[in-house]
Design a protein around this ligand. Structure first.
Ligand code: SF4
Length: 325
């Protein structure tokens, strides 16, 4: 129980909806989590250990995602990206989308055993499962709990296809089980890299490994035959979208052996937008007016802006590839 204030505990609401369920659906088996304070390399974090009733979750039918099921063994993410689209998921728990999201990480401690049971169930048809959709499966606490590693082993053993999206080099720890899984089923890994600008990285993704380390990890996974790619996202208007920055990103991707990449311009859904604009007011108040013009009441930048950034990135990428020939 150390580390958590009484107020925080009282704010928690442990009977709640998962993203894909109605509001009365219980997500966890117990009424209250076990709180643990992080020590050593995990100092500053708190872990809220829970037992989940279900770990493989269907995505809402209206979703345009290419996958139908997800696993998120954690909730919250110590990578603390300013633009993180998952921040509002903490509010389902009556925790906040700011510091609580970054420091108070919900850990589904029974995730590996639940996945083993769920993929063995007769009704499970063996669909592809996406990891990294709402939290980074290789964020810092994976070094302690090793849930992603266990899940990879279970899915590989069951020949169940899966994908992993991460910003972390910790994935390299699991090369052995990923390679074994890739021999048995379809495995796709991907790294999010939206910039290689040191200053932008430091302020916008403060808990992540440096983007160039991610690209080294990508090259390493590729060398050992694990399929991997890049999501060039998000590109932050006014912050990481200059032609020089896009060229540096394209060069780094090509040097890492990436053959194709499409940029995704920042989108700001309600809940995320408030957090992001508060961050922006702190680090780049001069951009607030511009963001108001771009996003206003919208979640997405206008199509013309998206197209203009995409065109400049493509030009940069083609130039980088041309140089590499
Ligand atoms: S790594 Fe992904 S899930 Fe984690 S804070 Fe960043 S954007 Fe959010």
């Amino acid at each position: 129980m150390a580390g958590a204030s009484q107020e925080s505990r009282e704010r928690l609401r442990w009977r709640l909806a998962d993203e894909s369920e109605g509001p009365q659906q219980a997500l966890f088996e117990q009424e209250a989590p076990t709180w643990r304070a992080g020590h050593g390399e995990f100092r500053g974090l708190e872990f809220l250990e829970v037992k989940a009733q279900r770990v493989i979750n269907p995505v809402p039918p209206q979703s345009r995602m290419s996958f139908r099921y997800t696993i998120n063994a954690y909730r919250g993410c110590s990578h603390a990206c300013s633009f993180c689209f998952s921040r509002p998921t903490h509010e389902y728990l009556n925790l906040n989308a700011g510091e609580d999201f970054e420091r108070r990480i919900v850990v589904k401690v029974n995730a590996v055993e639940r996945v083993r049971a769920e993929v063995a169930a007769k009704r499970w048809a063996g669909d592809l499962i996406a990891m990294g959709t709402n939290t980074d499966p290789y964020q810092r606490c994976e070094g302690k709990y090793r849930l992603t590693r266990g899940i990879v082993e279970v899915l590989g053993g069951a020949r169940n296809p899966f994908s992993i999206l991460t910003k972390s080099t910790l994935i390299l720890r699991d090369i052995d089980v990923l390679a074994e899984a890739a021999r048995r089923t379809s495995v796709q890994t991907a790294f999010s890299v939206g910039t290689v600008d040191d200053e932008v990285w430091k302020i916008s993704e403060p808990g992540t490994p440096h983007p160039r380390r991610r690209l080294e990890a990508l090259a390493h996974l590729r060398e050992v035959g694990i399929p991997t790619g890049v999501l060039a996202a998000p590109i932050l208007p006014g912050i990481s979208d200059s032609t020089i920055q896009l060229q540096a990103l394209a060069n780094a991707l090509v040097e890492a052996g990436v053959h194709s990449a499409s940029p995704i311009v920042l989108h700001l859904r309600p809940g995320v937008k408030e957090e992001y604009l508060a961050w922006l007011a702190n680090v780049r108040p001069d951009l607030l007016e511009r963001y108001d013009q771009i996003y206003g009441r919208r979640s997405y930048a206008p199509k013309a802006i998206q197209a203009e950034i995409t065109a400049r990135f493509r030009t940069a990428f083609d130039a980088a590839r041309g140089r590499g020939r």
